[in-house]
Design a protein around this ligand. Structure first.
Ligand SMILES: NC(=O)c1ccc[n+]([C@@H]2O[C@H](COP(=O)([O-])OP(=O)(O)OC[C@H]3O[C@@H](n4cnc5c(N)ncnc54)[C@H](OP(=O)(O)O)[C@@H]3O)[C@@H](O)[C@H]2O)c1
Length: 257
């Protein structure tokens, strides 16, 4: 029997990278997507190949696919490639997202569309093209990553708040449609987790109260192992800790800072 396969979006750095490496440790082969690769590095540190090396260090396979989650055609082709290479896909983690720093009403409408496309259309395209593969092997799982910002009108990032609230709505509606074949859940991350992307927006000393991204791996691994009937939930890290799914407070170590 072949190993289970997980696809992670936003796997070049931050939370997505950590989840990918920890799923490899749990025995998954990985499909890694993001825009930053060795040949097209991004502004921040991290490439898909860096993550792939760490996945392979656990003895697992990594399929690297540089793509923009806004690119529907690229996602459709990737689904065909994953079917050909692995013949299965068991878990999708819709993690990639962007938070335009400028208040939306003072920014361009182009940046508004970028946020909608990356944070909502991206997870929909990934789900749309991969659900047939998730269903092929029986019991699939989708985990969407939201933020406390979904519930905060005063967050001052209208596009981020809007798209994360929509992602939570999409989770519940998709879970209803896929009941019995694919469990669809969402982690509403309400705690600051140290990542390259988040840190880039802050002065270095403010990283000290952050938790380690491994708490998100705990949450994803727990959801991946939950019964298929556990679906349509939007859960915070606090909710998951109360269920024993996520380790206690784990600060980002000096090494991460
Ligand atoms: N860190 C926190 O405290 C926190 C709190 C609440 C929620 N979250 C959520 O957690 C998730 C991960 O956040 P993070 O802190 O790890 O962010 P990050 O360090 O900025 O990483 C974001 C990832 O998404 C990818 N990405 C962004 N736009 C993309 C696009 N258009 N196409 C493909 N990939 C794209 C980036 O890769 P490339 O640049 O290489 O494409 C990167 O791998 C996000 O959904 C975020 O909203 C984080």
């Amino acid at each position: 029997m072949s190993a289970p396969v997980a696809l992670i979006t936003g796997a070049s750095r931050g939370i997505g990278k950590r989840i990918a490496i920890d799923l490899a440790e749990s025995g998954y082969d990985l499909v890694l997507t993001a825009r930053s690769s060795k040949t097209t590095p991004g502004r921040l540190p991290g490439t898909l190949e860096d993550t792939a090396t760490q996945v392979e260090n656990w003895g697992r396979k990594a399929l690297v696919s540089p793509l923009d989650v806004r690119d529907e055609c690229a996602i459709a082709s990737l689904a065909k490639q994953v079917d050909k290479v692995f013949g299965r896909c068991d878990l999708l983690v819709n993690n990639a997202a962007l938070a335009p720093p400028k208040p939306a009403l003072k920014d361009s409408t182009k940046r508004w569309r970028m946020a909608i496309d990356a944070n909502i259309n991206g997870p929909f395209y990934i789900s749309y093209y991969f659900v047939p593969l998730l269903e092929k092997n029986g019991l699939g799982r989708i985990v969407n990553i939201s933020s406390q910002a979904a519930t905060m009108p005063d967050f001052q990032r209208i596009s981020y708040t809007t798209t994360k609230a929509a992602l939570e709505g999409m989770t519940r509606a998709m879970a209803f449609d896929l009941k019995g074949s694919v469990a669809v859940n969402c982690i509403r991350l309400e705690i600051p987790v140290w990542t390259e992307g988040f840190a880039a927006t802050l002065p270095p000393e403010s990283a000290l109260g952050f938790e380690h991204p491994v708490i998100m791996s705990d949450a994803v691994r727990w959801l991946a192992e939950s019964p298929i009937t556990f679906t349509g939930r939007v859960l915070t890290i606090g909710d998951l800790r109360a269920r024993g799914a996520v380790r206690p407070f784990t600060p980002a170590s000096i090494k991460d800072l």
